[in-house]
Ligand binder design. Structure first.
Ligand code: ARG
Length: 515
């Protein structure tokens, strides 16, 4: 196998040393040239499934030997050739329409004609479906690992900032004070569901299509459970047509990745805005500067994280469009479907890792956050709640506080409530509003000290101790729950990684009996 014969060279015509028909033309000769050759070939892209294909070849050959479909000696020769091909690497493969064909050619080159027995009782259709699932399992486990790291980072931020008050927003307008911990755990919860969705997709990914053959099964007495087991799959996809042609596992996985990318884009966007407001200082490692403006420190990495959501959504769209309306069973369209899943898993895993690092290393500016926590009269809802708790119907309390805010705005000479209520209404404004709305001073209804407390951002936060609320006590419960969930998902992840490693080692032992 020389460089010239490697993929990219469209013109392999020698047909190796395998036998031909009467005219000396073998199948691979008839279809090996022509202007569409490189368009047809997936060999370069198949580098990603090179190792997977070798492992699947091994499992298949072991099964053929155990089932007495191929004799032990031939099986041993093929398995020895596969090891040599692995050492040579994907780049040394002879030309082929894809990695499956190229590896088969290389096996025949080494073993001779008998090597062609490797492809007994299977097709490239079940083979490629198995390769994709085999490789994607590892990639999804990597993606899951990055979601876990991100959740750890968020939980760590939360544990450090249960008392760090900050403005909370709706419509990007100051709404109610909250804490950095409450913000961080809001995303931990979302990323937790992203982890769950990926684990859920993994369960259906981890099933073996091998032995489905072209789509219609085979006359040979194969053992599909055995190959599934050798390859570490949980189960077999029963119907052979389903096994060889369905790609819903690609769609499901890509969708789960795209959902995670959407979560990441929210975290990135918030941090970009917080950096802009001086609430958070991103580590230099996650920032960039300008080629002309020397003072600039820009959140470029987070902007790229935000953009990955667009890539992943595009992958879902491309994949769905390719799969929609495909007839049963195998169609070559499927070759181009796979690429969308690889792109998504690569970009989203990288983005997730970067987001975890950016969150873990960011510095929260407690003073700036505290100074802004009450801006925009964000304690207004808490004051209305206090009045309502003292017998004033909530709607009336809402009107009273709104009127105080308006009064404060006019006094500050602003023309909108948000603009002028930067300082918010003070006790006097609320008292005057009470006279207007209720016809009595505020103290008739509520203790003035309680009103003053409600106007304080930290007190306002501490008072919202409902389940899931931002009060430090409520956040402590959320943090405990988050840490437990991270711990149990980490255990599940480790078990899944171990299962794959164990299958790989066990398969190797079986192979060693033959080589
Ligand atoms: N390279 C192909 C793919 O990725 C392999 C299957 C080819 N099968 C076929 N019947 N043409 O889908």
């Amino acid at each position: 196998m020389t460089e010239e014969s490697a993929h990219g060279d469209a013109g392999r015509t020698d047909g190796g040393d395998i036998g031909g028909d009467a005219s000396g033309v073998v199948r691979r000769d008839r279809f090996s040239g022509g202007p569409a050759r490189s368009f047809l070939s997936s060999l370069a892209a198949d580098e990603r499934i090179f190792e997977a294909d070798l492992e699947i070849d091994r499992a298949h050959v072991l099964m053929l030997a155990v089932q007495d479909i191929v004799d032990d000696e031939t099986a041993g020769e093929i398995l020895t050739a596969l090891d040599a091909i692995e050492v040579e690497g994907h780049g040394s493969l002879p030309d082929g329409e894809d990695v499956h064909e190229a590896i088969e050619t290389a096996v025949i080159d080494q073993v001779g004609e008998e090597g062609g027995k490797m492809h007994t009782a299977r097709s490239r259709n079940d083979e490629v479906a198995t390769c994709i699932r085999y490789r994607l399992r590892e990639d999804v486990l990597d993606a899951i690992e990055t979601t876990l790291a991100l959740r750890e980072s968020l939980a760590e931020v939360a544990s450090e900032h249960t008392e760090t008050v900050m403005p909370g927003y709706t419509h990007l307008q100051p709404a109610q004070p909250t804490t950095v911990a409450h913000w961080a755990l809001s995303y931990e919860g979302a990323v937790r569901r992203d982890t769950e969705r990926l684990l859920d997709a993994y369960a259906r990914l981890n099933q073996s299509p091998l032995g489905g053959a072209a789509f219609a099964g085979t006359t040979f007495d194969i053992d599909r459970e055995y190959t599934a087991d050798l390859l570490g799959f949980d189960s077999v996809i029963e119907n052979s047509m389903d096994a060889s042609s369905s790609r819903d596992f690609l769609l499901e996985t890509t969708q789960a990745l795209s959902t995670h990318a959407t979560t990441l884009s929210g975290i990135a966007e918030d941090l970009i805005i917080f950096a802009n407001r001086g609430f958070v200082d991103l580590a230099d490692d996650y920032s960039s500067t300008s080629s002309i403006m020397p003072q600039k420190k820009n959140p470029d990495t987070l902007e790229l994280v935000r953009a990955v959501a667009g890539d992943a959504a595009g992958n879902v769209q491309g994949l769905t469009t390719t799969l929609k309306g495909l007839p049963r069973a195998y169609n070559r369209d499927l070759q181009r479907a796979t690429t969308h899943a690889w792109d998504a898993v690569d970009s989203v895993t990288e983005a997730s890792e970067v987001a975890a690092g950016a969150v873990a290393t960011a510095d929260w500016n407690e003073e700036a956050l505290e100074a802004e926590a009450g801006a925009g009269f964000s304690t207004a809802t808490g004051v209305a709640d206090l009045l309502a708790a003292n017998g004033i119907p909530f709607r009336t309390a809402h009107e009273l506080v709104a009127s105080a805010a308006q009064r404060a705005a006019e006094q500050a000479n602003g023309n909108t409530v948000n603009q002028a209520a930067e300082q918010g209404a003070d006790y006097d404004a609320l008292d005057a509003a009470a006279e207007d709305v209720l016809g009595e001073p505020l103290a008739t209804y509520v203790d003035p000290d309680a009103v003053t407390d409600a106007l304080d951002p930290a007190q306002s936060v501490a008072s919202r101790d409902s389940q899931g609320g931002p009060a430090p006590d409520a956040v402590a419960d959320q943090l405990e729950y988050a840490r437990d969930a991270i711990g149990s998902d980490e255990t599940v992840h480790t078990e899944l990684v171990d299962e794959l490693d164990a299958a790989h080692a066990a398969l190797r032992e079986e192979v060693n009996d033959y080589v």
